[in-house]
Write a protein of this length. Sequence first.
Lengths: 119, 100
Amino acid sequence: MDLFDLLIQILAVISLALGALAIVLGALGLVRLGDVYQRMHGAGIVDTGGAGLVLFGLLLLSPDWTVAVRVLLIGALLVFTSPTATHAIARAAGLAGVKPVLARAPRRASAGNAAEEKS
Amino acid sequence: MIEHTLLSVVLVALAIAVGLACIRAMLGPTAFDRVLAVNSIGTVAVLAIAVHGFWAGRPEFLDIAILYALLNFVGTIAVLKFFRFGSLGERAPHFDDPEN
């Protein structure tokens, strides 16, 4: 039983550390990327990887089953609401006429395009 | 003991993430960048409340985190609908237009 508790603690520590790393990297992507649609990738890392790992670590650290139920409730709520909010932002940006950056750039002459232009 | 230290580290990481998202919310060229940044700040705030509850040894803070998660979602959807239609409650004039 002691070994089991130690294993749970180690797993919780690893999960919390990876979650903190994912949150910082996602927020960095939110600043550094160049477009609304690209920045959504950073926000998605914060919403899925960061929140999932941190909440999983808290679930392993929870001392009581009521606390565990609340942590699971927060996780379920974030799982359902944050993709919906991101989808709504993307759809609103698309309907408002925000063009992705790569669509404005000149098209690269890849092999497939060159073959299409010749035929 | 090591969990307490690590929870402090996670709180610092969440604070850094809120700072970076604030930078994007101030710089963002379009309104949707700002909404995205504010949504991320809300998610990070939910996590920060939950982690602080465990850090302080008072898991009652998780109820506040649940409430804040609900508020964050409703607020984001409300702001987006206001951008789109210019109103929150009444029927928008181009509501029946199939293009929208």
